[in-house]
Design a protein around this ligand. Sequence first.
Ligand code: C2E
Ligand code: CA
Ligand code: CA
Ligand code: CA
Length: 279
Amino acid sequence: AKSAGGNAFRFYAPEMNLRATAQLALASALRSAIDNGELRVFYQPKASLCDGRVTSAEALVRWQHPERGMVSPADFIPVAEDTGLIVPLGEWVLRETCRQQAAWIAEGFAVPPVAVNLSARQFRQENLPQTVRAALVAAGLDPHCLQLEITESTVMHDVDRAVAMLRELNAIGIGVALDDFGTGYSSLAYLKRFPIDQLKIDRAFVRDIASDPEDAAICRAVIGLAHSLDLTVVAEGVETRPQLEFLRANACDEMQGFLFSRPVPAAEYAALLATGRVL
Ligand code: C2E
Ligand code: CA
Ligand code: CA
Ligand code: CA
């Protein structure tokens, strides 16, 4: 309620100051985190809804802070975005993911592709294709072993530039998924112009698919849309059997979520692949 007045202001101002100070402290800690080796990459499998096999994985950064413990990306990615630290951080994730993939392949593992998240700021970097190519070359990794996830709002920001950038990434041979689909303002007319491979239905639409007729309708529509554009479709945040059954009954291609696996450290992901575990 807006019962503001002087008291509310005096209460609020120091609070905001504290927050700003906390953000600054976080930013400076994050700056050294990369050099100090405090970042980790976790992997969360995406699985086929037909046969339960792992089709690929998503690389998700984790920050193992010496005092704070595991810091959630939800807390530090926005700070990294605001400060520009997301660029070196994102490049680190890219290089580390390529290195790990190449190491698994060298060990004789049949590893499916891994998708790395790209922030809006990274996507705006003119030299992004060179950065991606350099990471692949440094690791000696085939481009088909790497995918990128870009959010809908990132590409909608400047459609012409996005199309040009996606074409360059496509030319390298990297698959691209459109992330958090449905949360931004989507223009379907633009969607067909993007050279992408996959749509990821945002968790917000998946949560209640088994009980909410409107969410169910949205999911069905997105699946149909993706297929008519020749894209595979992945549902994010699948936590329950009824959600899985709904998605399977409605011809969704893949699922990702806690029902199958949480994001796990590299060794655990490799073990999961080795068991050939199916749903
Ligand atoms: P995202 O790209 O949408 O990633 C999916 C998030 O959903 C992950 O959260 C994952 O742990 C979570 N998730 C997966 N399955 C389930 C489920 O069944 N239930 C629930 N409740 N959650 C599930 P996480 O790892 O905390 O990452 C949060 C966000 O931080 C990501 O959302 C992404 O936007 C960002 N992020 C993470 N790693 C990176 C990175 O390396 N680079 C960039 N630019 N962003 C990253
Ligand atoms: Ca993602
Ligand atoms: Ca997502
Ligand atoms: Ca999401």
